[in-house]
Design a protein around this ligand. Structure first.
Ligand code: 13P
Ligand code: SF4
Length: 353
C-alpha cells in the first residue's frame, strides 16, 4: 500500500528534453541489405568485436546480433554479457547509458556505438550537478538510481538498479529502514514504492515513450479484447500500471508472453520488443497498447526515437571508420562501477537463492 505521506516528489525544475523525431533510414533492397550484413559480419570478426543489442532496437540489428554470436537482451543482461564475453570490442546497439555501463564494467575493452547521440529522456532529464545538489539536501538518504542515467549520476549513487531488479533491491533497503532518494523515473519509483512501502523521495523524471500510454484509451481497448492479458513496463503512468496483469522489465514481459495461458496480449512498452516476443511465442497475438486519445501528443508512438538511431547503415560505418568510441575517465569509471557492481552482486546472490 502506498503511504501518501511519504510519496514526496522533489520540487525541482528539470531540463526540458527535446525529443527528436524517429529517424527514417533509406530503404535497402534485399541484395543491398545482405551485402551490408556480410560486410558487418566480416568487420566484427576482423576486429574481434561482438554485437550487443537491446530488445527495442530494429529487428534487423537484433537478428544480426544473434546470427553473429552476440546477444539481444535487457540492459542488465547486456551489461553481464559484455563482462563475460571474451571479445576485445563491444558494439552496443542501444542508448548511451548502455554503452557507458559496458565501458565502466569493461574498462580494458573498446566500446563503440552506432550513434553517440542516442540518449534517453531519463538520462537527459537528470543532469549530474543538479542531481548531486539535490542529494546533498538529504544526507541521511541512500541514493538509488536507475540504470538509465549518466556515468556521473551513477557515481553519485549508492545503488544502481534496472527495472528487472528494482523491486528486490528496494525491498532489501526498506527492510533495513533506509530512507531512499530515487532517480530519475518517477513512475517506476512510484510503482516500487507502492509495492514495497519504502520511504522514498523522487527525482521527477519520466520516459517520453512510456509516459504516452493512455489509461482511458486502454480501458476502452481492454473492453474490445477481454480475453487479452495486459503487460506493462513500470515506466508507464500509475493509471496504466493499475490495469496490468503483469508489470515488469522487458525480460519479464517477454517471459509472460511465453508462459502465460492467454493467447492475446496488450503490450505497453516499446514496439521493438515485439520482435523477440514473436520469435519466442509465434502463436500468440500481440496488440499495441494505445498511445492515442484525449491529450495525446504521440511524440514517440511507442517507438523510442533514440533507440531508432541504431541501424545497419551506421553500424557498418562505425566499424569501417573506428569512430564513436565510448570513453569514461578511469576515476569516473571506478566510482560509477561501485554501485553497478553492488547491483550485479545482489542479482547473483538472488539467483543463487
Ligand atoms: P530494461 O532495463 O528492461 O532493458 O529497460 C530499459 C529501458 O530503457 C526501458 O525503457
Ligand atoms: Fe529512455 Fe524511454 Fe527510450 Fe527507454 S524507451 S531508452 S527509458 S527514452
Amino acid at each position: 500500500m502506498m503511504n501518501t505521506d511519504r510519496a514526496k516528489t522533489a520540487s525541482l525544475t528539470i531540463p526540458v528534453v527535446t525529443v527528436p523525431s524517429h529517424p527514417r533510414w533509406p530503404e535497402l533492397s534485399d541484395d543491398q541489405e545482405q551485402a551490408l550484413k556480410n560486410r558487418i559480419k566480416q568487420l566484427l570478426k576482423e576486429q574481434d568485436a561482438v554485437l550487443v543489442a537491446h530488445y527495442y532496437t530494429d529487428a534487423k540489428l537484433q537478428e544480426l546480433a544473434e546470427e553473429t554470436g552476440g546477444c539481444v537482451a535487457d540492459s542488465l543482461e547486456m551489461a553481464r554479457f559484455g563482462m563475460e564475453h571474451p571479445a576485445r570490442t563491444l558494439v552496443v546497439a542501444g542508448v548511451r547509458f548502455m554503452g557507458e555501463t559496458s565501458k565502466i564494467l569493461n574498462n580494458e575493452k573498446r566500446v563503440v556505438m552506432p550513434d553517440l547521440g542516442a540518449t534517453c529522456s531519463l538520462d537527459e532529464g537528470c543532469p549530474a550537478d543538479e542531481f548531486s545538489s539535490f542529494c546533498d539536501r538529504y544526507p541521511d538518504h541512500t541514493v538509488v538510481v536507475y540504470a538509465n542515467t549518466s556515468a556521473a549520476v551513477k557515481a553519485r549513487s549508492d545503488w544502481v538498479v534496472t527495472s528487472g531488479i528494482a523491486l528486490p533491491i528496494i525491498k532489501h533497503l526498506a527492510a533495513r529502514n533506509e530512507k531512499i532518494i530515487w532517480a530519475p523515473d518517477k513512475h517506476l519509483g512510484g510503482y516500487v514504492q507502492r509495492e514495497t512501502g519504502a520511504q522514498m523521495i523522487f527525482w521527477p523524471g519520466s520516459c517520453v515513450v512510456h509516459e504516452e500510454f493512455k489509461s482511458i484509451a486502454l480501458q476502452r481497448f481492454r473492453k474490445l479484447h477481454p480475453e487479452a492479458a495486459v503487460l506493462v513496463h513500470p515506466e508507464s503512468p500509475e493509471a496504466v500500471i493499475m490495469q496490468a496483469d503483469v508489470v515488469g522489465s522487458t525480460t519479464a514481459l517477454i517471459r509472460a508472453v511465453q508462459t502465460r495461458p492467454e493467447q492475446t496480449f496488450i503490450v505497453a512498452t516499446d514496439k521493438g520488443i515485439f520482435n523477440k516476443m514473436k520469435q519466442l511465442a509465434p502463436a500468440k497475438t500481440l496488440l499495441e497498447a494505445p498511445t492515442e486519445g484525449e491529450g495525446a501528443t504521440c511524440q514517440s508512438c511507442a517507438r523510442c526515437p533514440w533507440m531508432g538511431m541504431n541501424s545497419l547503415q551506421n553500424l557498418a560505418e562505425v566499424l569501417e571508420t573506428g569512430t564513436n568510441e565510448i570513453l569514461v575517465s578511469a576515476d569516473l569509471a571506478r566510482r560509477a562501477r561501485i554501485p553497478i557492481q553492488r547491483m550485479i552482486d545482489f542479482s547473483r546472490q538472488l539467483q543463487q537463492g
